[in-house]
Design a protein around this ligand. Structure first.
Ligand code: APR
Length: 312
């Protein structure tokens, strides 16, 4: 008998709420919004509001709010936003000690209650959080992935489209590396319907866009006092959809490397294929010497973050 998919969202805050709204609207499955006991009312309230929204818009999805892990049992997909978001002036790395404790607790519960789930981590600092998730759950690398590259690439895509006066739909962009200031916008793979952007704009303009992309998260934190949530939620939903519908999408995501690009025992943003098998493969692409050197720098920063995390 076919059954509806179940999507557990751990953290019912800004991103969690938007994730629930998108998952329900796309009828990806039934949604459980989980948060800590102090925020159970928030989780339940958002769930009820979104069920009522379904009556207006006409979607079929059961949405519930809870602080009881039993209600997440058997989820097909778990998306983790649990943690504290960045405040102005705080780097993602400042969040490390607070969010590491939270992610360890969340990972233990996912291991116990959702042993078959595909887990997408969004909490920051992303590369350290997703590494910890895999370590604590012991899940295979195909089932634990971090969301960063789709979001960072979307930012780059938008800035390129605005500069060129073209539709965002025609711009393809790829951002690899860690989800921090060292991220690597791979401009050699940025095109407008196949036309390399390097042919369409000056190096100065492109460099400025690359710099703005790397600080894209911070730009929003500065404006509204907390981190972005619409685009991060959409990015994670595109990954969840790729898994649930076996789309085999090639997307940049934080994946566990075991020798790819010369990195080992590390989560870092690389191109992957996501389908019913989760992260089905890491795709190795050619990089210029400069891009590879930048990726190495980013990997070194992620490694430093992991070493700091290991001491906490
Ligand atoms: N289990 C479940 N939820 C938790 C836990 C926990 N142990 N600890 C905290 N939370 C919840 C908070 O109660 C809060 O409702 O996580 C939620 C986070 O929501 P917001 O504060 O609104 O943060 P949000 O903007 O959604 O970002 C979440 O994603 O992009 C990253 O940097 C961002 O790390 C942050 C995360």
């Amino acid at each position: 008998m076919p059954r509806r998919h179940k999507i557990a969202l751990i953290g019912a805050g800004n991103i969690g709420g938007e994730l629930a709204a998108l998952a329900a609207r796309e009828e990806l499955g039934d949604v459980v919004l989980f948060d800590i006991p102090d925020k159970e009312g928030l989780a339940k309230g958002k769930a009820l509001d979104l069920e009522q929204n379904g009556a207006v818009l006409g979607y079929d999805a059961k949405i519930s709010g809870t602080s009881n892990w039993d209600h997440c049992a058997g989820a097909d997909v778990v998306v983790v936003t649990a943690g504290v978001p960045r405040k102005p002036g705080m780097s993602r790395d400042d969040l490390l000690s607070i969010n590491l404790k939270i992610i360890r607790n969340v990972a233990e519960n996912i291991k116990a209650k959702c042993p078959e789930a595909f887990v997408i981590v969004i909490s920051n600092p992303l590369d350290a959080m997703v590494y910890e998730m895999k370590k604590v759950t012991g899940f295979p690398k195909a089932r634990v992935v971090g969301m960063a590259g789709v979001l960072d690439s979307a930012r780059l895509q938008l800035f390129l489209a605005r500069e060129l006066g073209t539709s965002v739909k025609d711009v393809r962009a790829m951002v690899l590396g860690g989800h921090g200031d060292t991220m690597v916008p791979v401009t050699s793979y940025c095109t407008v319907n196949g036309v390399p952007v390097k042919q369409l704009m000056s190096k100065e303009k492109l460099d400025a866009i690359v710099t703005r992309t790397a600080g894209g998260g911070g730009e929003i934190v500065k404006l509204m006092g907390t981190s972005a949530y619409y685009a991060p939620a959409s990015a994670a939903i595109s990954m969840a959809r790729a898994f649930l519908r076996d789309e085999k999408r090639l997307l940049p995501a934080a994946a566990f490397c075991e020798g790819e690009y010369g990195y080992r025992d590390l989560y870092i943003g690389v191109p992957v294929v996501i389908g019913a098998g989760g992260v089905e493969k890491i795709v190795t692409i050619e990089l210029s010497a400069e891009e590879k050197a930048n990726l190495d720098k980013s990997a070194a920063a992620v490694r430093e973050l992991l070493e700091a995390g290991a001491k906490l």
